[in-house]
Design a protein around this ligand. Structure first.
Ligand SMILES: Cc1cc2nc3c(=O)[nH]c(=O)nc-3n(C[C@H](O)[C@H](O)[C@H](O)COP(=O)(O)OP(=O)(O)OC[C@H]3O[C@@H](n4cnc5c(N)ncnc54)[C@H](O)[C@@H]3O)c2cc1C
Length: 450
């Protein structure tokens, strides 16, 4: 039986980054990646396959960087793992031995088994699967009515893209009062929902799907609790993802309440030499210290880098204060991003905070032709002024400004530090030096502290 120093299960963002990092740190170690398919997708780019990219091949991603780094790739999915004798069995029946094993098996869409008719043909999911998405795109081209269930990032981005093709009537059904309500404050969620509506999508919030109805085994309509029925030749259920951990569970590894693998701050599971990274690994909220459910490529790759560096001894110290959710999107030209705490999450976690808002343009002078209005909302601890969260919306720089806020949260920066924060500015690139967004919002919080 062939033995590898490391075997990685999965070739998504987490598997690739764990593999590349581990191989670069340990060129002499043999590392095998076991994958289901050579052809993968940039998961975050999937919504744009349906319009902006207009071609699945333009959103391809695969384990090429891992192979280029000297790793070995095998397309033969793993079917079982034995953590006692450290073996992995693949679909073709062969067994391989390992010293270290990394689960990077990701997540799969949640199937709404609680909705009657969920098994009908034409009820689809946003699977991270090249061939499935390619078929879905081709099938959808000729369809008139598409109904998307779930107004989170994925549902809303997919709805926007289908609408922009100009070929379909698109409806988006969301149970909550607004779309994006899991990641954004009520204020930003309302702005974001309005922006989806502005694209022409028929957005129905505060609405529950009661049934997918059909004919001859194929969906043709969606029934709502309002009594309304929407025509639908395709339904896309975008109601969340669940960790793909059955093989690990069968091997006896411990999972949390949502079925994600329990890991410590270095990604180590309950079994000797076995780590888990990415969507299949559990997360702990940075503020609450309790189990939560963050599934982001940015989180997955950060976990994978830590795992890759530390595969054969701790090189990168991780004084872990929990997982920070950092979300960003752009709908109808409006960029929106959020990190950490907002009013909703503060209420759930019973956190005392102060917040302040500030708006300005992202160039100076504001008379320049390509300026966008920017708004920021910053949240800080009432007692020590440390930054706990932030939301930014407006022009494209929102995504990177929120990344600065994310760094501030993780490095425990306070509003007082931000007043002395040194930044670079330029008329064509940033806000004016007299009013950097983050600094002005920090000053707003300081004013409330006095
Ligand atoms: C439409 C969409 C948009 C998104 N947008 C964003 C975004 O803008 N920003 C962001 O940060 N995140 C985004 N995400 C989330 C992000 O895609 C996930 O967090 C990320 O894919 C997690 O990476 P992963 O490698 O852990 O898992 P996955 O991407 O799920 O990859 C897991 C891999 O493991 C393979 N595998 C599973 N079982 C086996 C087995 N038995 N043997 C071998 N291989 C196996 C799978 O085939 C797959 O290739 C988005 C997700 C979707 C679906």
């Amino acid at each position: 039986m062939k033995t590898y120093d490391v075997i990685i299960l999965g070739s998504g963002p987490a598997g690739i980054i764990a593999g590349v990092t581990a191989k670069k740190q340990n060129p002499d170690k043999s590392i095998l990646m076991i994958a289901k398919d050579e052809k993968g997708l940039v998961p975050c780019g999937i919504p744009y396959v349906f319009h902006r990219l207009d071609d699945v091949s333009k959103n391809a991603m695969g384990p090429k960087p891992f192979v280029a780094a000297g790793g070995e790739l095998m397309i033969d999915p793993a079917v079982s793992v034995n953590v006692e004798n450290k073996r992995v069995k693949v679909e073709s029946g062969t067994e391989y031995a390992y010293e270290k094993l990394v689960f990077a098996t990701g997540s799969t869409p949640t199937v709404p088994t609680f909705i009657k008719g969920h098994e009908l043909d034409g009820v689809k999911y946003i699977k991270k699967d090249y061939h499935y998405i390619e078929t879905m795109k081709n099938d959808s081209d000729s369809l008139k009515n598409i109904v998307i269930v779930g107004g989170g990032f994925i549902g809303a981005e997919v709805a926007e893209q289908f609408q922009l093709t100009g070929k379909h009537n698109v409806s988006l059904i969301e149970l909550e009062e607004n779309c994006f309500s899991k990641a954004f404050s009520p204020e930003l969620a309302a702005i974001a929902t309005e922006e989806v509506r502005n694209t022409g999508v028929n957005v129905l919030t505060g609405t529950k799907v009661t049934e997918f109805a059909g004919d001859n085994g194929r969906v043709n309509s969606v029934k709502l609790d309002s009594g309304e029925t929407l025509d639908a030749e395709m339904v896309i259920a975008a109601i969340g993802y669940k960790p793909n951990t059955q093989i690990a569970v069968d091997a006896g590894l411990e999972v949390n309440s949502i079925g994600a693998l329990k890991v410590d701050q270095y990604g180590r599971t309950s079994a000797d030499g076995v780590c888990a990274v990415g969507d299949c690994a559990g997360t702990v909220g940075f503020l609450t210290g309790t189990e939560d459910n963050i599934m982001l490529a940015s989180t997955a790759t950060a976990e994978a880098r830590v795992c890759g560096y530390n595969m054969f001894g701790i090189r990168v110290k991780r004084c872990f204060s929990g997982t920070l959710g950092v979300f960003s999107t752009a709908i109808n030209g409006l960029s929106m991003a959020a990190a950490g705490l907002n009013e909703n999450t503060a209420k759930i976690a019973n956190v005392h905070y102060l917040s302040a808002e500030f708006s300005d343009v992202d160039r100076h002078p504001g008379t320049l032709d390509d300026t966008s209005k920017m708004s920021i909302k910053l949240y800080a601890s009432e007692s020590d002024g440390s930054i706990l969260g932030g939301e930014v919306w407006g022009g494209p720089s929102a995504g990177e400004i929120v990344n600065i806020i994310a760094m501030a949260i993780q490095k425990k920066v306070t509003v007082w530090d931000l007043v002395a924060y040194q930044v670079g500015t330029h008329p064509l690139l940033t806000t004016a030096p007299t009013k950097p967004l983050i600094v002005k919002a920090a000053e707003g919080i300081i004013a409330k502290m006095r």
